[in-house]
Write a protein that binds this ligand. Sequence first.
Ligand code: SAM
Length: 300
Amino acid sequence: MAMLEISDLVVEWDAHTGERIAVRRAEVVARLRAAGDRRAARMVRRMPVTGEFLEPVAVDRLLVRVHTELQRLNEELHMAQRFAELLVPMLTAVRASGSRLRVVDVGCGLGFMVRNLAASGVLGPDVELVGVDFNRALVAEATRLAEAERLSCTFVCADAFALAEEATVYLSSGVLHHFAADKLPEFFRAQDRAGTLAFIHYDIAATRLAPLGAWLFHRARMREPLGRHDGVVSARRAHGDEVVMSAAAAAAGMNTFLFEPFRHTNPFCAAMRAVVGIRPALIADFRRALGRRARGLVAG
Ligand SMILES: C[S@@+](CC[C@H](N)C(=O)[O-])C[C@H]1O[C@@H](n2cnc3c(N)ncnc32)[C@H](O)[C@@H]1O
């Protein structure tokens, strides 16, 4: 049975032009029914339409609300701190190589990570922070929030598979499971570019407990039915370590690791784990800067 997230179906963007593509409500309902998900089909059937197409303004408002709630998950799981504990030593290694410092968060949503890192200043003033997402409504809201807080970061519309944004380090959080396993190598390959020295992609660890944990968290902390639904589906469709690591090998110029994979940590705490890629020339400096935490790096 296909596991579909409603948020992936109700909005569509052209990867190359960035233009929005109108979405027929009946087609989304039919896909969800065919996947055996009647509850999700009912939710979409209640969404407003103009003619036969989902009303874009209503869809945008809904997705902004859901992503606003999703920030609680990032707070709960200390995601900004987790990125910082890898990024700070990684940037120490990169600085030693004399490269410029540009960190790009792919599929940034409302830019929680980028805004948080900008607000704390933990990476240092020489680091440019950029968030990219193909959803214009989320990028507009991320920009509004950053301006309200006078943060030094920017947000850009772009597709993860056609990235115009160059980065020294690419990041993502909660994005890998949105791509089918056979598309994942392309995602990693797109980041193996001349100026890129590393990447850190955190996503849900595919464990037997993950759907239960996601259900509990989303019942407790989220109100939007769409968010609750997609949260549990995310955990059920999360890619296993082997799938992620074999896809990451498509970034052939990087050495890749899992950071603190599930089997190395408390099974009740590890909901997210990172795949880390880094140029071979930087590995020794990165390990040194990581200190004791370097033990959490597990080669694929
Ligand atoms: C579960 S959300 C995570 C958002 C954010 N990283 C966070 O942790 O709050 C997944 C995000 O990936 C974005 N996304 C999905 N496919 C994408 C693609 N092909 N290119 C760019 N962004 C994409 C969605 O628009 C959405 O904002």
